[in-house]
Design a protein around this ligand. Structure first.
Ligand code: ACO
Length: 432
């Protein structure tokens, strides 16, 4: 963080003396005004409920330029990473700041692979859930329970503990997600197999049965690996901020990541991919492409409560770069699986075409986000809609853990404690 030559001056209309605040510059992106002394100097707080203009931390992991539609992990553009790297390279990059060389990659792969198995007792824990529970409800429980199963790595002041818990989370999430799926299906769990890639292993744990070996399809493996890369981190979004806030109390990483999983579940965040596919399926059942115009009128009518899911983003006011890559992957997967004429894909393309020309969307700068096409890809692979957000959580775990680690090593780190504008009763007495 570098101090800028600029200073911000706040003057109030009540005649009190104006107050100066330092301004800091990042590498790229907007400068920030340091208002930490505002309350001490003026007795006032700032008011920014949705964090529309508030930087909650300093970070060097991910950068988004929403107007340009640019996403960088540690400085590398997302399209270059998606085209040249696999999810393990990207995880290493997000955690350590640099892409691995061949030796580092081998070591990291082997470290993660050797932690993929989960404590056998976790099966008993899973059995306590109803089989029809939502996978995100189960996953929130399973990740939270990791602090009970792996309490030998929960001392956050110990660097070795932090390292082990990071690897445990990244390695075991695919196993837990697949176990949650198998449990919901009433099928036996499939143990990880160490000679497969991270993504290949996950596919096998999801789709193999003891009666039949599962052959990992290269196109499907690449597509899912890309989904993982595109979802790996996204700076200070709601779930990441939740992990940071939860972790700021000094709680253990498993508890903090469980909070992130819970936040991600919401339909305005990670739950949007599930909601988007449900929207496409409903629209298809009610007339498909022929009814798109009618549906779009409903979306634009504020009283209808209907939104075009997979569209719009708090930060991107341009095409989400991940959506472009996802659309590419969608075509590749549908082609490879002989589903080129998939009606939901056609419907999505038509919705996108109309939205990109409609003044309602153009004026509000609403573009497809990553979730618009990822559901179609996952459905083609055979992943049920209810599992989409759990897969997002699996991929985002690396971002969450890197952001949590970064927070703990920040010398300015303090427990997160927002203030409020109180508008309730003034002090009053109970009537006797
Ligand atoms: N469909 C229709 N109108 C929309 C949509 C949409 N998907 N998104 C925003 N708008 C409209 C709003 O009604 C509002 O219009 P107004 O100015 O006339 O009142 C305007 O665009 C701005 O919308 P806000 O809700 O204020 O924008 P905000 O930044 O708070 O919300 C959000 C962003 C939550 C992503 C929103 O665009 C949305 O609900 N999208 C659909 C859900 C979705 O796809 N979420 C995934 C996000 S990406 C991710 O988490 C991986």
């Amino acid at each position: 963080m570098q101090l800028s030559d600029k200073k911000a001056t706040l003057s109030l209309s009540d005649g009190s003396a104006s107050v100066e605040f330092p301004v800091y510059q990042g590498t790229i992106g907007p400068d920030v005004i340091d208002i930490r002394k505002l309350y001490g100097q003026t007795g006032m707080f700032t008011y920014d409920p949705g964090f529309l203009a508030t930087a909650s931390c300093e970070s060097s992991i991910t950068y988004i330029d929403g107007d340009k539609g640019q996403l960088l992990y540690r400085g590398y553009p997302i399209d270059q990473l998606a085209q040249n790297c696999d999810f393990m390279d990207v995880s290493y990059l997000i955690l350590n700041g640099e892409l691995p060389n061949a030796e580092q990659k081998r070591e990291f792969d082997s470290l993660v692979t050797n932690h993929t198995m989960v404590h056998e007792q976790m099966q008993m824990f899973l059995r306590g859930f109803r089989r029809d529970a939502h996978p995100m409800a189960v996953l929130t429980g399973l990740v939270g329970a990791m602090s009970a199963f792996y309490h030998d790595s929960t001392d956050i002041t110990n660097a070795r503990h932090r390292e082990i818990s990071a690897i445990r989370l990244i390695a075991k999430l695919p196993t837990l997600v697949a176990m949650a799926y198998k449990y919901s299906m009433g099928q036996p769990y499939i143990y990880p197999q160490n000679d497969l890639s991270y993504t290949g292993n996950f596919l096998r744990m999801m789709f193999a049965t003891p009666c039949e070996e599962y052959k990992v399809n290269d196109v499907v493996e690449r597509a899912l690996d890309r989904i993982f890369i595109l979802h790996a981190d996204h700076e200070q979004n709601a779930s990441t901020s939740t992990v940071r806030l939860c972790g700021s109390s000094g709680t253990n990483p498993f508890a903090a990541i469980a909070a992130g999983v819970a936040c991600l579940w919401g339909p305005a965040h990670g739950g949007a991919n599930e909601a988007c596919l449900q929207m496409l399926e409903e629209l298809q059942a009610n007339g498909g492409v022929a009814k798109v115009g009618e549906f779009m009128e409903k979306v634009k009518d504020k009283n209808s409560g209907v939104r075009l899911m997979g569209f719009g983003h708090r930060v991107y006011k341009n095409y989400d770069p991940r959506a472009k890559l996802m659309q590419e992957t969608c075509k590749e997967v549908l082609g490879a699986l002989g589903l080129e004429n998939d009606p939901l894909f056609k419907l999505a393309m038509e919705l996108e075409r109309i939205a990109l020309e409609d003044p309602y969307f153009v004026d509000r700068k609403l573009y497809p986000n990553v979730d618009f096409y990822s559901g179609i890809v996952q459905r083609a692979i055979g992943i049920p809609t209810s599992m989409f957000t759990a897969i997002f959580a699996l991929a985002r775990t690396v971002g969450w853990i890197a952001q949590w680690n970064e927070m703990l090593s920040d010398p300015d780190y303090k427990i997160g404690r927002p203030r409020q504008l109180y508008t309730g009763h003034a002090p009053r007495d109970i009537a006797k």
